[in-house]
Design a protein around this ligand. Structure first.
Ligand code: PGA
Length: 305
């Protein structure tokens, strides 16, 4: 049996039941008292039961009234929620989103943004890709809405949320003799040269900290600001490399580079989404942040081992 009641009847009844008074309900809803009583009569007719009873001078809810009151409150809450969501969606039909990401994160971040921009087609997105040091400056100047980076910068008041692991691995060209070895001791690398990122890169400083902590000296050969150049140089035999696994999707798939099995590796770092503390995020920026926290992992494409 379908209850043929209207939202208007529910709304009038909810108010009258909350106040236990038709007069108060008519004031709250800016209706005449006969209009209130008519809506409630109609609702009682639909339900086939009385909702109020008069005992002495006082109005009470009947047991049917109490049941319908609980439902009408839930319906009211849901309608309020729907109203907020609609408002937020209206705010997301247009607008701008300024995102800055660390060079190393750009590999998955571009896919993330492509997916996000399909969901919010009216939003103009600007994407800046740069290293950790310049991301710090951008945050200091409050330029981007959100930043994706390896670790929150020091000396700037930021709020940061972690969203997935960022393992750093040692890479060698396919068929390099070390690819046959298991658990290569760290000490071995004192006699190797690495192709590395520039000073100012988060990956670079994490590598440096790692070797310092283990008391192993680390020799750099070529330095470059590009992960792509590192991979090409390693493939060409110019040295070994240490990069985030998230830069290696294609090379691992095609077998052009291999990850070495090294003692104490991978170096486990984490990706963070960072904003200036107290920065008021637009609905679009909030939606993007939520999207990154909940879905970023799906955009990593590494071949199964
Ligand atoms: P980067 O990124 O090495 O490209 O600077 C990683 C980080 O922010 O730590």
């Amino acid at each position: 049996m379908a209850l043929n009641l209207t939202l208007r009847q529910i709304k009038v009844f909810e108010s009258a039941a909350r106040h236990l008074s038709y007069t108060r309900a008519s004031e709250e809803l800016h209706l005449s008292q006969p209009a209130v009583s008519m809506q409630i009569k109609q609702l009682e007719a639909v339900i086939g039961l009385s909702l109020f009873e008069q005992i002495g001078k006082k109005m009470h809810l009947t047991s049917a009234g109490r049941e319908i009151f609980a439902y009408s409150q839930s319906i009211g809450h849901l309608l309020n929620e729907a109203e907020i969501v609609v408002e937020e969606l209206k705010g997301m039909q247009s607008g701008r989103l300024a995102i800055s990401v660390a060079t190393t994160a750009s590999h998955f971040a571009t896919r993330l943004l492509a997916d996000f921009s399909q969901r919010y087609a009216g939003v103009t997105i600007s994407l800046d890709i740069t290293n950790r040091a310049s991301l710090r400056d951008q945050l200091e100047n409050n330029e981007p809405d959100l930043v994706i980076m390896g670790q929150a910068p020091e000396g700037v008041d930021v709020t940061s949320d972690t969203f997935m692991e960022n393992p750093l691995v040692v890479i060698a060209p396919a068929n390099h003799p070390l690819t046959m070895q298991k658990d290569i001791p760290l000490k071995h690398f004192e006699s190797e040269h690495f192709v590395v990122r520039e000073t100012g890169s988060g990956t670079r400083s994490a590598i440096q900290r790692f070797f310092d902590r283990h008391g192993v000296s680390f020799h750099t050969g070529i330095e470059t600001s590009s992960n792509e150049t590192i991979k090409q140089a390693v493939e060409a035999g110019l040295g070994l490399g240490i990069v985030s696994i998230h830069t290696l999707e294609l090379e691992l798939e095609t077998g052009r580079l291999e990850i070495l099995d090294v003692e104490d590796f991978p170096i486990i770092r984490h990706w963070h989404i960072v904003q200036r503390t107290g920065k008021r995020l637009s609905p679009v920026a909030l939606a993007f942040k939520q999207f990154v926290l909940e879905e970023a992992e799906q955009f990593i494409r590494l071949p199964a081992k």
